[in-house]
Ligand binder design. Structure first.
Ligand code: FNR
Length: 345
């Protein structure tokens, strides 16, 4: 594809994501956490840091993959990196394919490392990429982890989508076998099934980001980019983030689960941790706030977000992320039926 077309697409994604993002009611609202009246810990005793085998997150949230590959994307990446640094949270860049094809696009990604030399930064490629390119993508940013996005619905709805999927699993395996930083298999808002998680675990993957339905909606975004806008019937395709976390629970596999997709406040983030995620990614939420209020206010807002996660942990008498896993909760009848039917299948 022509580079100017790619850069145009990046800008359309940003604008459409901003225009369509409205996670008003999601499955998070169908999960009720059970309040405990007599906490036995003080707020200042709460430590929500998360230790993974390769690195530690000071707080259990991160800015998830969004952009790169256009001038507007470069500005956004620079600002996101400033937010990530000020809040001491990890950040993923958007797909680096444009930089792998065109050196002129590199600076829209490397700006993230320039702004935050010591930060945890994740690079991002699609599953159509082979090992050599994945390695370049990591080197570009001196990345601490590599996200490989799996976005079949997006490619199939996107007018100019790449619909060759047969090498995806072999590519993922080749990358996993040859790089020494964590590979995170990541959805883009369609969620993951127990079968998908099992499939990647079977080839040695240790991290998945279930990125479920409920927030940024790439079925809707790509449909808007179709001349006839004729595929809106797929707008609710996939599993929500809550359903995906319930899928992961059914599997009970020894794999690190990250959650993203439609997290719209600190309570949704805590619910994700209660349901089994170890950390929570935010894309649309941060992009929207940044677009409306600018970098400084977004930094303050994200600091408040983190602070309010500590408040909720205190309410639940949980002093760390591991305690949150034993918090009692009740699912709506609809979600409970989902679990029962999926447990049988
Ligand atoms: C994304 N997302 C994304 N994911 C990815 O792995 N590679 C990418 O290049 C992009 N590009 C992208 C652009 C924009 C503008 C947005 C908002 C998002 C998907 C993102 O990482 C996440 O999986 C979904 O957006 C769901 O999370 P939210 O937005 O509901 O918090």
């Amino acid at each position: 594809m022509d580079d100017s077309l790619r850069s145009k697409r990046k800008n359309e994604h940003i604008q459409l994501a901003l225009d369509t993002y409205s996670p008003v009611s999601t499955d998070f609202d169908k999960v009720q956490l059970i309040h405990q009246s007599i906490p036995s810990i003080n707020k200042n005793q709460i430590d929500l840091s998360v230790k993974f085998p390769h690195f530690t997150f000071k707080y259990p949230i991160y800015i998830n993959a969004m952009t790169g590959g256009s001038e507007r994307a470069a500005t956004i990446n620079k600002e996101l990196a400033q937010i990530a640094k000020a809040c001491n949270i990890p950040m993923a860049v958007g797909s680096t394919h444009s930089a792998l094809k065109d050196p002129n696009a590199e600076s829209s990604f490397t700006v993230v490392r320039d702004e935050n030399p010591e930060g945890l930064i994740f690079s991002n490629v699609g599953a159509d990429i082979e090992y050599a390119k994945a390695k370049k993508s990591i080197e570009l940013l001196n990345a601490d982890a590599l996200q490989i996005h799996v976005n079949a619905p997006q490619e199939l709805i996107m007018p100019e989508g790449d619909t060759e999927f047969e090498n995806w699993l072999t590519n993922i395996q080749e990358i996993q076998d040859n790089i020494d930083i964590p590979v995170i298999i990541k959805e883009v808002g369609f969620g993951m099934s127990a079968e998908t998680i099992q499939k990647v675990k079977d080839i040695g993957i240790q991290y998945v980001d279930v990125s479920g339905r409920g927030g940024t909606n790439f079925a809707d975004i790509e449909n808007q980019r179709r001349p006839l806008k004729d595929m809106a019937f797929l707008n609710q395709w996939g599993q929500s983030t809550v359903q995906s976390l319930l899928e992961a629970q059914l599997l009970n596999a020894d794999i690190h689960i990250l959650a993203s997709g439609g997290v719209k406040n600190p309570l949704d983030a805590i619910k994700s941790l209660v349901l089994g995620a170890e950390a929570v990614g935010l894309s649309g939420y941060v992009l929207k706030y940044l677009d409306a209020y600018g970098v400084e206010d977004t930094i303050e807002h994200m600091k408040q977000f983190i602070e309010q996660m500590h408040v909720i942990a205190n309410l639940l008498n949980a002093s760390n992320v591991s305690d949150l896993k034993s918090v009692s909760y009740v699912l709506s009848p609809e979600l409970q039926t989902y679990v029962e039917q999926r447990a049988k299948s």
